[in-house]
Design a binder for this molecule. Structure first.
Ligand SMILES: [Zn+2]
Length: 125
């Protein structure tokens, strides 16, 4: 059998319900009630960036932190108060957030239901 693909074979086509991907507690210091699913990663052959799914419980938050890579965020459900370099904005379902590299930032659930968002990050190493 001959395969015709436009990508190297180690980069396998993947389709999966996100709820089937293992969910882990965010254990970074300062995180509260935050869980992560690594939806697409290097293990899938995605060497340039990763797609993660977050769930933040009511009154929970991600850690206040900074790093040399950016975040590209899409809010799926709930209400997110996002702090970035001294400014706070409230973003609801359908909202999109860009956190520049090295910006001090934090995502906080500002609603009464679980906050869900996608967050993409590049692999810089
Ligand atoms: Zn971050």
């Amino acid at each position: 059998m001959k395969y015709h693909t436009t990508y190297p074979v180690f980069m396998a086509f993947k389709c999966v319900d996100h709820r089937r991907v293992k969910q882990e507690e965010v254990t970074e210091e300062g995180a509260k009630g935050a869980k992560i699913r690594w939806l697409i990663t290097r293990d899938d052959g995605a060497n340039r960036f990763a797609m993660r799914h977050f769930e933040v419980a009511v009154s929970g938050n991600s850690p206040l932190h900074q790093h040399p890579y950016e975040h590209e965020v899409f809010v799926l459900k709930g209400k997110c108060a996002v702090f970035c370099d001294g400014k706070t904005e409230v973003v609801e379902e359908g909202g999109v957030i860009f956190i520049p590299p090295n910006a001090l930032h934090q995502f906080r659930n500002a609603g009464q239901t679980t906050l869900e968002f996608l967050c993409m990050i590049p692999y810089l190493y």
